[in-house]
Ligand binder design. Structure first.
Ligand SMILES: Nc1ncnc2c1ncn2[C@@H]1O[C@H](COP(=O)(O)OP(=O)(O)OP(=O)(O)O)[C@@H](O)[C@H]1O
Length: 270
């Protein structure tokens, strides 16, 4: 299987501190990854590296078999879909939902003088429909609920038909219904062979969609554990990652975790 992401002994130094430290991680074609870790663990920094928006201080990063520092990043970036809070801040509130998705073809936010082909519009509409937004394409982005905004951002990230899709905390700020709708949409995406390789950052194992295959647990900028979900999402690994004694459960493709009951140390599930 082709390597989609290959980070080798990567360190990112900021403010005199290593915020990612000697990190090695490989993602292959067809895989669907979740990245978990406590606040400040380095998840967003890792996504920035994978999105070719940040270079490592030391070590090497290959994205879609292109080495950062050697490849023209403006040719590489359209092959990568990214949805993050930082990018969403640049979406104008008065932009129509359809244009939010359509402008991704030009790597811009905010429509100006670009001309779009009918095929582009059809694709944008189909993507919005796939995320339950068919009836809202003419609404302005500023009038959407947080859940609707998140689904619009993912449709936008898919517009360029990327080979790698990176979603940084797509469920942040959603209510329970919104989270479940998003998880269902991501499960459908994950189950489809034609989908890009997926990497989703989250704080909560409850947000891992069915059909996801692998997990990376980050702690203090390094790898706590990485590999197939069932091997990585153990009570031991998650407890070490979050610094809390946790119990983990898994059923019907969904995961949950909570603080271990007093006296339950040593008889954790999963
Ligand atoms: N430019 C910078 N200068 C100094 N420190 C930075 C810089 N950017 C990030 N950091 C620090 O690096 C650490 C990792 O940040 P990052 O945003 O990658 O974490 P995260 O795991 O995404 O956190 P969260 O879950 O809170 O979003 C944090 O402690 C953050 O304060």
């Amino acid at each position: 299987m082709a390597s989609v992401l290959q980070l080798d002994d990567v360190t990112v130094r900021r403010g005199g501190r290593d915020i990612v430290s000697h990190l090695t991680w490989e993602v292959a074609d067809g895989e669907r990854w979740v990245v978990l870790g406590r606040n400040g663990a380095g998840k967003t920094t890792l996504v920035q590296l994978a999105a070719a928006r940040l270079h490592p201080t030391t070590g090497t990063v290959d994205v879609l078999e292109e080495r950062l520092g050697k490849v023209d990043i403006f040719e590489l970036r359209p092959r990568i879909g990214l949805a993050s809070a930082a990018l969403a801040e640049h979406i104008p509130a008065d932009e129509s939902v359809l244009d939010v998705v359509l402008t991704a073809s030009y790597g811009v936010t905010g429509r100006w003088r670009e001309t779009y082909e009918d095929l582009d519009s059809e694709r944008a509409e189909a993507l919005l429909a796939a995320f339950g937004m068919a009836s809202m394409t003419q609404r302005t982005y500023g009038t959407l609920s947080e859940g609707e905004r998140k689904r619009t951002q993912i449709a936008r990230a898919l517009m360029t038909d990327p080979e790698l899709l990176l979603l940084d905390e797509p469920a942040a700020g959603l209510d329970l219904g919104g989270r479940e709708e998003l998880v269902a949409a991501l499960a459908e995406l994950a189950a489809d062979d034609r989908s890009p390789v997926l990497v989703v950052v989250t704080h909560h194992v409850e947000e891992i969609p069915p059909h996801f295959t692998h997990a990376l647990l980050l702690r203090d900028g390094g790898v706590q554990a990485a590999g197939p979900l069932e091997e990585v999402l153990t009570a031991e690994h998650l407890s070490a990652t979050f610094g809390v004694d946790l119990e983990v459960a898994h059923s019907d493709g969904r995961w949950s975790a909570r603080a271990a009951a007093a006296g339950s140390r040593g008889r954790r599930s999963a």
